[in-house]
Design a protein around this ligand. Structure first.
Ligand SMILES: CC(C)(COP(=O)(O)OP(=O)(O)OC[C@H]1O[C@@H](n2cnc3c(N)ncnc32)[C@H](O)[C@@H]1OP(=O)(O)O)[C@@H](O)C(=O)NCCC(=O)NCCS
Length: 167
């Protein structure tokens, strides 16, 4: 299914219980058990039950050091992005931004759009640059970061780090 990236057709929205079915549909496609970049899921989160999902959403919404947003088109969750603040304990190691797009929506500009939107969010917070890391073998992620204006800072082991100026 293709996504329409025209203004308004895709939005970044705060995690919400109302999107539970749509989120679970996205996750089923991604593959439960796999790491889902940009969604802030930990092994302690139990998204299978209504209560567990609601607790998880509440945790994400209440996180004062990271903004989580879901990439949503109509009733479909396309992916997720996270923006860690400078003060976040993992910002140095994992970078400020993380993102993931469900397999059926990849290669259509969704991540590029979402990263642009997150940079706008970062600008609103007064950030002037963000960093992102990914595996050196992750060609799609590297292309996404370069497209966003990212410049390679270093590569330690298999992890490459980019710095992206905030417009
Ligand atoms: C990385 C990821 C988010 C890219 O999402 P996407 O919506 O497909 O990306 P876009 O369509 O916006 O494409 C961005 C760039 O990547 C390129 N690209 C997309 N898929 C690619 C692939 N499989 N191999 C090489 N380049 C690829 C596009 O051509 C584009 O580059 P361009 O602007 O130079 O043409 C997606 O592949 C994903 O969710 N992967 C798993 C999770 C992950 O790796 N997250 C990042 C962790 S740091």
């Amino acid at each position: 299914m293709g996504v329409d990236l025209r203004a308004g057709a895709v939005e970044l929205v705060e995690p919400s219980n109302d999107l539970r079915d749509a989120w679970l549909d996205c996750r089923t496609e991604w593959g439960p058990g796999f790491h889902e970049d940009g969604f802030g899921l930990t092994v302690d989160d139990d998204v299978e039950t209504a209560q567990g999902f609601s607790d998880w959403v509440e945790r994400l919404r209440g996180d004062t050091e990271c903004k989580y947003r879901w990439i949503v088109a109509g009733e479909r969750v396309l992916g997720g992005v996270a923006l860690r603040h400078d003060s976040h304990e993992l910002a140095d190691r994992l970078g400020h931004i993380g993102y993931g797009v469900r397999p059926s929506e990849r290669g259509r500009g969704v991540a590029s759009w979402a990263v642009r939107e997150v940079l706008t969010l970062a600008a609103g917070m007064g950030m002037t640059r963000v960093t992102a890391v990914c595996e050196v073998s992750n060609a799609a992620s590297i292309a996404t970061l370069k497209r966003a204006g990212g410049e390679r800072v270093d590569c330690i082991g298999s992890v490459v780090r980019f710095r992206i100026p905030v417009p």
